[in-house]
Design a protein around this ligand. Structure first.
Ligand SMILES: [Zn+2]
Length: 234
C-alpha cells in the first residue's frame, strides 16, 4: 500500500515540479514586458525634461527678441538725432550713446543666435526621443501579445498538470494524503518534497542521522525532514 503511495507521490512530484517550472517561465516572459516598460518610463521622463527645457528657451528667446526690438528702436532714434547736435559735446554724447547701443544690440543678437542653437539641439533631442518612444511602444505591443500567447500556452499546461496531480493525490492512502496535503498547503509556492544529497536534505542541508537516512532509503513510510518539514522523496 505504502509503496503504491510512493509511486503516486513521485507522479505528483513530477507534475508539481513541471508546474513550478512553467510558473517560472511565465514570470520570465512577463519580465520582458517590465524591461521594455522601464525603458519607456525613463525616456518619457527625459522627454518631459526636454520639453520643459524647450519651453524655457522659447520664452527666453521671446523676451530677448522684445529687448532687441526696443534697443534697435532706441538706436534708430539716436541715429535720427545725429544731425540735430548743436555742438561738439552733444555730438560726442550721441556718438557714445549709439556706440553703446550698437554693442548691446550685437551682444543680444549673438545671445539670440546661441539660444536658437540651443533650441535646435533641444528640438533634435526631442524628435530622437520621440522616435525611440514610438519604436519602443510598438515593440511593447508586439512583445505583450507574444507574452500573452505564451502565458496562455503555459497556463493550459499548468491546468493539465494540476488535473493530473490532483487525480493522483485522491488515490493516496488517507494517512499519507493528510501528510501530503499539509506539506502542499505549507509550500504552495515551492515544493513539499525534498530529495537527498548524500545523507543531507537537498533543500535545507539538514544532516540525517543514520536511522532516519535508512528509513528514507527504505521508502516504506513517509519521512519528514526535521530541518524544513518537507517530505523526503528519493
Ligand atoms: Zn530539509
Amino acid at each position: 500500500m505504502v509503496s503504491n503511495d510512493f509511486r503516486l507521490l513521485k507522479e505528483i512530484k513530477f507534475h508539481l515540479d513541471e508546474i513550478l517550472l512553467l510558473k517560472r517561465q511565465i514570470k520570465e516572459e512577463e519580465s520582458r514586458i517590465t524591461v521594455i516598460q522601464k525603458q519607456i518610463d525613463g525616456k518619457e521622463v527625459q522627454l518631459e525634461d526636454l520639453l520643459a527645457q524647450q519651453k524655457e528657451i522659447h520664452s527666453v528667446i521671446a523676451s530677448k527678441e522684445k529687448e532687441l526690438f526696443a534697443l534697435e528702436k532706441k538706436l534708430e532714434t539716436s541715429q535720427s538725432h545725429s544731425n540735430m547736435a548743436h555742438n561738439q559735446k552733444e555730438a560726442e554724447a550721441l556718438e557714445h550713446e549709439q556706440s553703446t547701443l550698437g554693442k548691446a544690440v550685437e551682444e543680444l543678437q549673438e545671445n539670440l543666435l546661441n539660444l536658437m542653437d540651443e533650441e535646435e539641439t533641444a528640438s533634435t533631442d526631442i524628435s530622437k526621443v520621440n522616435t525611440f518612444l514610438e519604436g519602443s511602444r510598438q515593440s511593447l505591443k508586439e512583445i505583450s501579445e507574444e507574452v500573452e500567447s505564451k502565458r496562455n500556452e503555459y497556463q493550459n499546461q499548468i491546468d493539465d498538470h494540476d488535473k493530473e496531480w490532483k487525480e493522483h493525490a485522491r488515490a493516496l492512502g488517507d494517512a499519507n494524503k493528510t501528510i501530503f496535503k499539509n506539506g502542499y498547503n505549507k509550500f504552495k509556492e515551492s515544493t513539499p518534497f525534498a530529495e537527498l544529497n548524500g545523507q543531507s536534505c537537498k533543500r535545507c542541508g539538514y544532516g540525517l542521522d543514520s536511522t532516519l537516512h535508512r528509513a528514507v532509503l527504505a521508502q516504506t513510510a513517509l519521512e519528514i525532514c526535521p530541518g524544513c518539514n518537507r517530505i523526503f522523496l528519493i
